[in-house]
Design a protein around this ligand. Structure first.
Ligand code: NAP
Ligand code: MG
Length: 457
């Protein structure tokens, strides 16, 4: 394997730079630095760790535009989305900067002495992230892990390392001690695997595909190493006939085509109650046609290209014998964007059991299926190995509660499509993952409880 990797702008297919591929020895050197740095970091007064994270947050806030422009070039994210993502990283850091002074243990009544618990950091945490949301997903791992007193080694996806590299520099500029937060670029099979096998990496956070995640978990099991997994999804957007159909249809494209459908929470199945099915499709078509696909650098763009030529072929493979109802548009032709990895947003009519109705596509493709009643909607929503997110549209409160309890997913939303708020828990059931990120408890998830009894007699 060569020791560098060429980055490609997915909107133009043009090379934009070279990034180093770390060797196992380089990973080991980074982990060795992290081990030393972590002891000092964990030994700081909690307020000093909080202050360091707040100044890291301010450094990110001061570089939102630069980070966003990097993401536009490296990942093809529309500039508006990329600015949101960079600001989100600063907010996540600010939120977990509140954690060091709040990691309180317990005092438990025991006769003859004093019993107390401590939340001790694991030590070095390895964070492995995918290419779809390079900055935000990284911050969900590193911010709470650092707050809890761990050192972090972060491996971005080989395709999209630029914002992670810049975040590593900003951390140092902001005064985070050397070695506490390191970014190691390279391939999953070398760098990611070494996080799994290295005895001094004491916890792994993995976001990516279910197949690689399963291997990572198996490797961590051999080392008795805890692992958090955020994996794939096939989330359902369930629309009942009593819903505000205009609102449900108008918001459906954003819920699946955001980031060109390369979103683990994409509502890539729309399940519509049979009596509203035709009307819903009539309302959906203009909303899909109005979805603006084009130059990610333009403010008005809703959706950019797919991440790579090979990923686009995989997505196209799902469309081979699909029953396409209608499509949006995408750039083509001779302009500078002509070579980019474009695919128009596509709405297909699927049957139960079809690949498109059950498997993750991770592209701008949505399958629409009718259902008969509430029980059928829940059954159909659960007819996939995944259980990450989902939406429920109804004006009937009792039904909203029943369906929200019946769908086996970690993150559901009624009459909206929200999935991610940094102060609420996020994660999947079934093949979508293990453990939860974000929310009020995430820093504690990067600690082990120690119980100490002090005898007084
Ligand atoms: P992937 O192939 O599983 O890769 C994810 C990360 O793991 C990359 O950094 C990759 O490195 C690394 N990796 C690959 N092989 C590895 C190995 N043997 N050991 C350790 N690390 C390894 O996933 P992807 O194709 O990048 O991302 C798409 C998938 O991520 C989708 O299935 C999507 O649903 C899922 N996802 C889930 C969430 C969530 O929160 N649930 C969020 C976003 C994405 P390299 O690619 O650099 O080799
Ligand atoms: Mg991959």
């Amino acid at each position: 394997m060569s020791d560098t990797f060429t980055l490609i702008n997915p909107a133009t297919a043009q090379p934009i730079g070279e990034v180093a591929r770390a060797s196992v020895d380089q990973v080991d050197a980074a982990v060795a630095r992290a081990v030393v740095a972590q002891r000092a970091w964990a030994g700081l007064p909690p307020v000093a760790r909080a202050d360091a994270l707040r100044s890291f947050a301010r450094a990110v806030e001061g570089h939102v535009e630069e980070l966003a422009q990097l993401e536009v070039r490296n990942s093809g994210h529309p500039i508006g989305s990329a600015r949101w993502e960079a600001s989100h990283v600063a907010q996540v850091l600010n939120f977990y900067a509140g954690a060091p002074e709040r990691l309180s243990g317990q005092q438990i009544p025991v006769a003859g002495g004093l019993d107390v618990t401590f939340h001790e950091p694991y030590g070095v945490v390895g964070v492995i992230v995918p290419w779809n949301f390079p900055m935000t997903i990284a911050s969900w791992g590193f911010a709470p892990a650092l707050a809890a007193g761990n050192a972090v080694v972060l491996k971005p996806a080989e395709l999209t390392p630029l914002t992670a590299i810049r975040l590593g520099e900003l951390a140092l500029e902001a005064g985070l001690p050397d070695g506490v937060f390191q970014v190691v670029t390279g391939s999953g099979s070398v760098v990611g695997q070494r996080f799994v096998s290295h005895p001094d990496v004491r916890k792994v956070v993995f976001t990516g595909s279910t197949s690689v995640g399963t291997d990572v978990a198996a490797g961590c099991a051999r080392e008795l190493k805890p692992v958090t997994l955020e994996l794939g999804g096939k989330s359902a957007n369930i629309v009942f006939a009593d819903a505000d159909l205009e609102k449900a249809a108008a918001s459906a494209p954003g819920a699946v085509f955001d980031n060109a459908g390369q979103d683990c929470c994409a509502r890539s199945r729309i399940l519509v109650e049979r009596s509203a099915y035709d009307r819903f499709l009539e309302l959906l078509e203009p909303a899909v046609k109005a979805w603006r696909v084009g130059d990610p650098a333009h403010e008005a763009t809703d959706m950019g290209p797919l991440i790579s030529a090979s990923h686009r072929s995989t997505v196209q493979g799902f469309l081979e014998s699909a029953d396409v109802a209608f499509r949006g548009s995408a750039p083509a032709g001779d302009g500078p964007l002509g070579e980019g990895f474009w695919l128009p947003p596509t709405v297909v009519l699927a049957e139960r059991g079809d690949r498109l109705a059950r498997e993750e596509v991770f592209g701008p493709v949505v399958a629409v299926l009718p259902f008969d009643d509430e029980a059928d909607a829940i059954r159909l929503a659960n007819d996939t190995i995944y259980g990450l997110a989902g939406s429920i549209w109804t004006e009937n409160l009792g039904r909203a509660v029943r369906v929200a309890r019946g769908v086996k997913s970690g993150v559901l939303s009624v009459n909206s499509h929200s999935s991610v708020r940094y102060w609420t828990p996020f994660g999947g059931m079934k093949a979508s993952g293990l453990g939860r990120e974000l929310g009020p408890d995430a820093a504690e998830h990067f600690t082990e409880t120690k119980n100490v009894f002090f005898a007084t007699e």
